[in-house]
Design a protein around this ligand. Sequence first.
Ligand code: AMP
Ligand code: ZN
Length: 110
Amino acid sequence: MDNCIFCKIVRGELPADVVYENDNLLAFRDINPLAPTHVVVITKKHFTFLDDLTEAEIQLAGEILLTIKQVAHKLGVAGAYKVVTNCGERAGQMVPHLHFHVLAGKKFAP
Ligand code: AMP
Ligand code: ZN
């Protein structure tokens, strides 16, 4: 995806404060943090949002969750974080590339 911001970060064309990377996923600090710890975990492959994942991505879907856990542990917020994915503009998604917000260090409304 030529003009996708997150694809550009994956390709190294835009800078990012990367906190974790493996073959399929990349995690970096959000440029506009909403909490003391705010990273986004993205797939390296372009999917627009969670609705794009199918049975073919069952392994990737599991890897996303376990990677989020690993990233949270690495950032020192194990047992004290929140995970959010906005699926679609009507849910507040601004960047149309699948990503999961990992937020910690602040009390959120229930
Ligand atoms: P969403 O509303 O779920 O699409 O969230 C997109 C998130 O990406 C927002 O929290 C933005 O602050 C963040 N963001 C946008 N561009 C960048 C960037 N270049 N580096 C890091 N985070 C970004
Ligand atoms: Zn993309």
